[in-house]
Design a protein around this ligand. Sequence first.
Ligand SMILES: [Zn+2]
Length: 272
Amino acid sequence: MLKKLMLIPITLISISSGAADNNYAGFSYPNQAQNAISITFDDARHSQVDTGLAILNKHNVKATFYVSPFNVKERLPKWKQAVATGHEIANHTSSHVCTGNFEWLRQLDLSLEETTLQWLENDILSAQAYIKEQLGVTPRAFAYPCGNTFVGRGINTQSYVPLIAKHFDSGRTWLDETANNPNFTDFSQLTGLRIDGMSFGEIKTMLEQLRGNNSWLILAGHEIGKGAQYTTDAHILDQLLRYLNNDRNGYWLGTVSEVADYVEKHRDQITQ
Ligand SMILES: [Zn+2]
């Protein structure tokens, strides 16, 4: 079934662009790395600054934190420290609104099904203003809460991807199955690969499976501590960063905006 589905887009590409599909292969990163990797965490969970920051700083790895103000407020000095040590602070909305199929959101009367693009834009811009005022940086990157990219229902559904493309240099989704082809990917829908709850071996297998096309892999987690469904294990993060930092393994590590800038500058021209 999967094989059958995968054949369809390949056929379409070869019909529509002929030999041009080869343009999406081959890309060079700094230090002759085969792939780029960005480490990202969502929601500004307290454990990210309580536990994670020391691990990242120990390995001198700069992460991208997609934050919501309601959590930043409770650890403001630590988030200022994250900025001071060179990590990227990015936007994850003020209200963290997702599909109302999440019971806790619907009980707060928050759901993408029942909201509008205008409401969402205000929610995103109020997070932007808070981050600018309190942390002194203007986020260039955005992560879609729960990976959802729509508002409304059925025939009235609208994508909010264009809104993100208007205000940010990049937008990242969540729970994706593929990495980003640097010559092809849309910066406003960068894919995100879950590392929460995974062992080092499982993460390594995933990285190996997605090495093709000089892909850019954006790893995404939530809590940092003892591994669970929404927690990246602290010891595994330590092990992973040591592995990724070893030049022999062929990875170039950068924040999302750092890699996005590099990719944009060095990739073939893509028709927008
Ligand atoms: Zn989130």
